[in-house]
Design a protein. Structure first.
Length: 204
């Protein structure tokens, strides 16, 4: 097969940046409920895409996304900023998605087709060839060890910093980078894809 082109992030991993959602959180805590609407608008679509990768069903992803925002709304007064708001929100959605999968384990799995929201739905820096090669890449990612798959998808599809990825994967930043490195190495071995790791890893 032809090599797949995986264009990874070229910007630095800005893990020490101030959380851009903090001003909205402070406005919400000060009584401006509309500030939460802006948080929803900012994160709704990427959160849905993340849930869709887990659930592989549009309606289920929408339900989990809505539930995640409801829980975030109810719990935002207790948010202390140890993690970014985005990674905190993603953790809520991931837990909800995993709970949904556990509760519906006996249902027949939905198989991704060419029109489904897998690799083709990514709006981040990863761009791939359509058709059969897209399906092969999705299958290769699905076959990665769970931690490597999670790190790769959060970094590539969701464009999270390695700090945020580490928070969600319950590991150190260095371990997140190592898992990412090994995930891309596995994809290279399976697909013959040229993946420029240096630009994807960036600074801490």
């Amino acid at each position: 097969m032809n090599a797949l082109a995986l264009d990874l992030p070229v910007t630095a991993d800005d893990s020490d940046a101030v959380d851009p959602d903090l001003p909205l959180i402070e406005r919400f805590r000060a009584g401006e409920r509309r500030a939460f609407d802006e948080l929803v608008r900012r994160h709704q679509r990427p959160l849905w895409r993340m849930a869709r990768r887990y659930l592989r069903n549009d309606a289920d992803a929408s339900d989990v996304t809505q539930q995640a925002f409801v829980r975030a709304f109810r719990g935002l007064d207790r948010f202390r900023g140890a993690a970014s708001f985005r990674s905190w929100l993603y953790r809520i959605a991931i837990n909800l998605a995993l709970n949904h999968l556990r509760d519906h384990a006996r249902e027949a799995p939905h198989v991704l087709g060419e029109g489904d929201g897998g690799s083709a739905g990514a709006t981040g820096p990863m761009r791939i060839i359509e058709g059969e090669e897209q399906a092969e890449l999705r299958a290769a990612i699905d076959d990665l060890p769970p931690k490597q798959r999670m790190v790769l998808e959060l970094r590539i599809y969701d464009e999270l910093s390695f700090k945020e990825v580490a928070e969600l994967a319950d590991c150190s930043v260095n371990a997140a980078k190592v898992n990412f490195h090994h995930a891309v190495k596995r994809l290279r071995a399976r697909l013959g894809a040229a993946v420029p790791l240096r630009s994807a890893e960036g600074r801490r």
